[in-house]
Design a protein around this ligand. Sequence first.
Ligand SMILES: NC(=O)c1ccc[n+]([C@@H]2O[C@H](COP(=O)([O-])OP(=O)(O)OC[C@H]3O[C@@H](n4cnc5c(N)ncnc54)[C@H](OP(=O)(O)O)[C@@H]3O)[C@@H](O)[C@H]2O)c1
Length: 385
Amino acid sequence: MKRIAILGSTGSIGQNTLEVIRNFPDKFCAVGLSTNSNIDILYQQIKKFRPAFVCVRNEDVVTRLESKLKSKGVKLFIGEAGLGKMVQDKRIDKVVLAISGAGALAVLLKAIESGKDIALANKEAFVIAGPIIMKKATQKKIKIIPIDSEQSAIWQCLKNEDKDKIRNIYLTASGGPFRQAGKKDLENISVHDALRHPRWKMGPKISVDSANLMNKGLEVLETMYLFNIEPQRIKVLIHPQSIIHSMVEFEDGVILAQLSVTDMRIPIQYALTYPQRLTNRLAAIDFCKLSKLDFQEPDFRRFPCLGLAYRVANEQGTAPAVLNAANEVSVGEFLKNRLRFISIPKIIEKVLDKHRNVIDPGLDDILEADNWARTEAYKFIHKLR
Ligand SMILES: NC(=O)c1ccc[n+]([C@@H]2O[C@H](COP(=O)([O-])OP(=O)(O)OC[C@H]3O[C@@H](n4cnc5c(N)ncnc54)[C@H](OP(=O)(O)O)[C@@H]3O)[C@@H](O)[C@H]2O)c1
């Protein structure tokens, strides 16, 4: 029985992870759960999965849960510090990091330091401090197993392969809801439009990132750090059917691809069961019903976020933290109807242009750059009003 802690259990990845755990009651149990402030969903999860401990990050909402938990024998951790303590509990075998945003970096580092294997969904924390995280993971001899479907695909293609023999990695992208939209159409995108992803049901932040291809840009950075490969050899391919989740081309011209239906429970299950595969009842591909698989080059002019991500992948240092922070602020403001969809890349570019990159940064440099970029992004957004 593997004991799993799910950080961000009330979100899209968190809830899918609990479904996987429910499908294998003799293999996994949810020993710890956490939310930012979604007490109602967390309480339902506590009743169903009976974790030993939970954490609520937002201290303002916690009292409502405290009284309910008294009779349940569930330990309650509170706030950022509580989350850091919870993740070090010796009863945890694997941590699923399903919190969104770079704010998850501190708890990710705590989990690694306490020797836990990580099933990684969060990409923001990873891309701002990839080299530090990978170094710590090696020192602690723990595994970082990706949940993101594209990274999971690459991870699976590379199992038992010589990583020195990679020629290119092909990261596939559905193209999002505006794949065929003209430049003029992109000027009037509402929040409702941006959240309607054609293939995946996800949380709001990643849905907006997918709509303007920033999500693919973050994945370029994720791939670069996770598999130690230069950005020039990471190629993005628009593949609207989202059947091939990514591919690895080797030096001998052979390409390995991973295919499955679009269901996040598949990569989540693999991240939990790795290196084993377990039988499930999820839908499978029916090849005879697939009329075709299409591939196109991404349009960097209509989707400048992707180009900005390649730019910081080449610059490295604190530039990825700046890109991510300016993006988090801009997407947050867009979701509150305070910034236009097309202004998101403009804000990020302005902040990046003003940034003085620190090469080979320490954690403090990264956190400082993150903080600085958030302030700058707000300043540029205010100027637009
Ligand atoms: N969804 C997908 O299919 C998918 C695929 C690949 C990768 N990812 C990545 O996985 C991460 C999660 O995505 P998601 O779509 O599951 O997001 P989501 O639905 O918005 O869920 C986020 C979870 O994190 C919690 N949370 C948010 N901010 C927090 C904070 N500051 N401290 C502690 N907990 C916090 C939320 O709590 P509340 O419920 O209280 O808000 C919720 O439980 C993202 O980094 C995303 O890029 C997602």
